[in-house]
Design a protein around this ligand. Structure first.
Ligand SMILES: NC(=O)c1ccc[n+]([C@@H]2O[C@H](COP(=O)([O-])OP(=O)(O)OC[C@H]3O[C@@H](n4cnc5c(N)ncnc54)[C@H](OP(=O)(O)O)[C@@H]3O)[C@@H](O)[C@H]2O)c1
Length: 273
């Protein structure tokens, strides 16, 4: 099974590093003395974080501004990361967003963009960077999936579809590569306190938002689970209990409960760039 004994001096590429879980993962890797490439669209955030990471202990931290929705962007990011790091030991596939709402009322282009960022960019980065890890018999990939990976999620159905893909794909890769020394882990956060909900435009009063978990422990679990070579990591006792219970329930019932929890009709507040 792939294990990472230390992140010290490892070359790590973190997508979606400009806020939330990705930014906290970058800080944790920095504290362990990794070399970092941080990517997202917001340049000011990336530059500030790169400076902070260097202060925290990263050997170096390079920001790469890229919109993973654009054609050629994942290839560009992979190439730039290898140029800076020599090779990429650890890939954190974290960039992602949701398009909530009644499916047919959502913006089609935005939904397709979500599939390109959440799914296609993650697949392309892994496909480009995994062979090097396998050759070197070390390193790993952390795919940030979701609790929404495990069941239908009405009013964010396509988003849950992208996360179901990430979980199943990641679990499959874990099994394919577990004897190569490369760790492949899916992190499945529940509702977490980041910019995610504002970016997507979930209504502030939405019931599920009351249970937001702190971001840092989620990031810590991801970094630790990857180092230990775990296949999946679910943060929080409540999420683990919910998962256990829902596995005993019919899928139809789980989907119906999920619809009641989601409720409301979201309106985006942060426009896509
Ligand atoms: N928060 C939750 O409750 C929750 C629960 C389960 C799973 N997740 C997953 O956790 C991951 C991180 O989300 P978060 O909660 O930390 O939310 P967040 O604070 O909104 O972070 C999302 C990150 O993705 C980046 N991103 C979005 N679109 C992008 C694009 N087109 N190209 C490049 N980067 C892009 C954003 O950077 P820019 O805007 O600067 O590009 C940002 O750094 C996502 O995959 C999300 O699906 C979150």
């Amino acid at each position: 099974m792939g294990r990472i004994t230390t992140y010290r001096d490892l070359g790590c590429l973190v997508t979606g590093a400009s806020s939330g879980i990705g930014a906290d993962i970058a800080r944790l890797l920095a504290r362990e003395g990794a070399r970092l490439v941080l990517t997202a669209r917001r340049e000011d955030r990336l530059r500030e974080l790169a400076d902070e990471c260097t202060e925290l202990g990263a050997i170096a931290a390079w920001p790469i501004v890229a919109d993973l929705d654009e054609p050629g962007a994942p290839e560009h990011v992979a190439t730039m990361a290898e140029n800076h790091l020599g090779h990429v030991d650890v890939l954190i596939n974290n960039a992602g967003f949701a398009v909530p709402g009644l499916f047919a009322s959502t913006d089609l282009e935005r939904t397709l963009s979500m599939i390109r960022v959440n799914v296609m960019a993650s697949v392309e980065l892994a496909h480009r960077l995994l062979p090097g890890m396998v050759r070197r018999k070390t390193g790993g990939i952390l795919n940030v999936a979701s609790m929404a990976s495990f069941q239908a999620a009405p009013y964010q159905s396509a988003y849950a579809g992208t996360k179901a893909f990430l979980l199943n794909w990641s679990d499959g890769l874990h099994q394919e590569y577990k004897h190569t020394g490369v760790a492949i882990t899916a992190l499945c956060p529940g509702v977490t306190d980041t910019e995610f909900f504002d970016a997507a435009g979930y209504p502030k009063a939405a019931g599920i938002l009351k249970w937001r978990a702190e971001c840092l422990p989620v990031a810590e679990l991801g970094v630790r689970a990857l180092a230990r070579g775990r296949m999946e990591a679910v943060p929080g006792v409540l999420n683990k209990v919910l998962l256990f219970i829902q596995r005993l329930m019919p899928r139809t019932l789980v989907a119906d409960v999920s619809r009641r929890l989601m409720g409301g009709r979201p309106t985006p507040v942060r426009r896509p760039r």
